[in-house]
Design a protein around this ligand. Structure first.
Ligand code: BDR
Ligand code: CA
Length: 316
């Protein structure tokens, strides 16, 4: 049976790929949108356009346009003014449902008790607000998989990765909620992306979806090269979905993750207890501190990206 998945996102170039990946591999229960790479209005329109491009049939609920406490912070330098620059996307063919994402998440979690995986690939605001409203929510979820945080460097500050940086208070609520959590952080995702050759392969396929994604990725890779010196277009968000298709591609550890809310230089940092992880050791280590997440340490990046490309090429 396919994994039941709800994707909470802020498209965003890598979010767009994550949506396509999710619709192909999972029982996509719904899509929710949040502030992040662009305004809520833009991320919602972008998500609907990607769904129109690939004929993805799932309800979409728009969510929170602001973090719980902080001020919104966009990533237009990476994703462009619209949040998804680089290609002409079809106009949306459906409207968001009337229900707010926070209520939709609660309803879906209840309806699919014990089965639903929520993938958070934008700031964690919607789920945090839902947990605050319905404290039993965490116990209804099968798992939460998060693209966010890092065991090493951040991208927005030396310590903080974008999704957690945007709403650290929300991330802290989610990490503390008690549901099983996977953390796929920037330490893994920045190494895992499309090369120029991959983008060319998508372009040359002659397929509409892959061709459009190729144009988007060319824009995004250019920004990633210029701003972060990366040589791949990092597929941050899709990494969080990989464990539900080919878990062997990820090496992880069960440990403690705490979100820094107050540090002068470290607000938004995910403090991961890796004291027991020695380079080169194959020993399974249990952290001394309270375990609340399964934290990715590495990925078989090439195989992972090949799987993503094959998935994109499966679309017409
Ligand atoms: C995360 O930030 C966003 O720009 C990406 O979509 C991804 O979710 C990477 O730090
Ligand atoms: Ca994202």
């Amino acid at each position: 049976m396919k994994t039941k998945m709800l994707v909470d996102c802020d498209p965003g170039h890598d979010d767009a790929v994550a949506l396509l990946f999710a619709a192909h591999h999972f029982d996509l229960i719904g899509v929710t949108t949040v502030h992040g790479n662009a305004s809520l209005e833009n991320t919602t329109r972008n998500a609907l356009s990607v769904m129109a491009l690939a004929n993805i049939d799932a309800p979409l609920a728009a969510g929170r346009g602001e973090p719980l406490v902080a001020k919104a912070h966009e990533a237009t330098e990476i994703h462009g003014k619209t949040g998804l620059d680089g290609a002409t996307l079809p106009a949306p063919t459906r409207k968001p449902i009337a229900q707010h994402a926070v209520d939709f998440i609660i309803e879906m979690a209840y309806q699919h008790r014990g089965e639903l995986v929520i993938a958070l690939v934008g700031p964690e605001t919607n789920l945090a607000a839902a947990i605050k409203r319905e404290p039993r929510l965490a116990s209804w979820l099968r798992e939460i998989t998060i693209m966010g945080g890092s065991t090493t460097t951040g991208n927005i500050t030396p310590a903080a990765e974008f999704n957690v940086y945007c709403d650290p208070e929300a991330a802290a609520i989610v990490f503390e909620c008690g549901a099983p959590i996977r953390m796929m952080g920037y330490n893994v995702t920045r190494e895992t992306g499309f090369t120029h050759a991959d983008i060319e392969r998508l372009k040359q396929s002659g397929k509409q979806v892959a061709g459009t994604i190729a144009n988007l990725m060319a824009f995004y890779l250019d920004r990633q090269e210029r701003i972060y010196g990366l040589t791949v277009a990092p597929m941050h968000d899709v990494c969080a979905l990989i464990p539900y298709v080919v878990p062997e591609l990820i090496t992880d550890i069960n440990t403690s993750v705490r979100v820094e809310l107050a540090g002068t230089h470290t607000r938004g940092m995910t403090v991961c207890d890796l004291r027991g992880v020695r380079p080169g050791s194959t020993q399974k280590i249990t952290a001394a501190t309270r375990v609340n997440a399964r934290v990715a340490l590495s990925a078989q990046s090439r195989a992972l990206i090949d799987l993503v490309i094959d998935t994109l090429l499966a679309y017409p």
